[in-house]
Design a protein around this ligand. Sequence first.
Ligand SMILES: Nc1ncnc2c1ncn2[C@@H]1O[C@H](COP(=O)(O)OP(=O)(O)O)[C@@H](O)[C@H]1O
Ligand SMILES: [Mg+2]
Length: 246
Amino acid sequence: MNNFSLNPLGATTALVADAPHAPDYVIKLTDIEKVYQTKTIETVALHNINIAIRKGEFVSIMGPSGCGKSTLLNIMGLLDEPNSGTVEIDGAPVKSYSDKTLARLRNQKIGFVFQSYHLINDLSVTDNVELPLLYRNISGSERRKRALAALEKVGLSARSRHYPNQLSGGQRQRVAIARALAGQPEIILADEPTGNLDSVMGNEIMDILLRLNTEEQTTIVMVTHDELMAKKTERLIRLFDGSQVS
Ligand SMILES: Nc1ncnc2c1ncn2[C@@H]1O[C@H](COP(=O)(O)OP(=O)(O)O)[C@@H](O)[C@H]1O
Ligand SMILES: [Mg+2]
């Protein structure tokens, strides 16, 4: 037997079992630099970022507005590329992956939750939750089944036929979480998921995320402005002006 296996994404990676005590990193960023260049100004959004997220961790990211939190999350979620540095998912650098492979990784492995929910107002709650499954080979009845199961997990079964504008902010965010869950992702990336909510609704959302992390071992990385929310997570990464501060 050789030391390599072909993983489902078609990339050749060393078998983890061959490396004793190899940490089980789902996301690893090494020496990440990100610069936004517009006609007039250059913004260093991230500088010298080194972060490794272990399977099953719940990590929060804090820092002032404009310090690079969303940029960092987008790079972790393969929505954006760094100017330099390495992004690894499950121990394999993603640089060599085709756009198609990246899209599949994003769709199947990662669930995104945003501050402003990003729901489609013309679609019912269930149809919104089913959306990420449309890009997979899953039958309509199976899609519906998974969507309803995801809505059940966030306590919204009774609202499946509603439309987003008939729901409160907290309920909309729960729909957005259900949409992320429908794809059964290993990783949830949440960008200020409680940022638009009052503290009661914010705590409800936080409880759902904590439950997913403890009961289903979902790895979660969450950007937050709220120290109290961050305290509930296992690890806090602070950013300032694009750099990590300890
Ligand atoms: N698409 C873009 N083009 C130019 N500058 C950007 C772009 N996205 C973000 N930036 C800049 O990069 C910095 C980090 O932004 P961001 O990651 O959104 O910060 P945060 O989420 O912490 O508020 C900011 O100075 C922002 O203005
Ligand atoms: Mg942001």
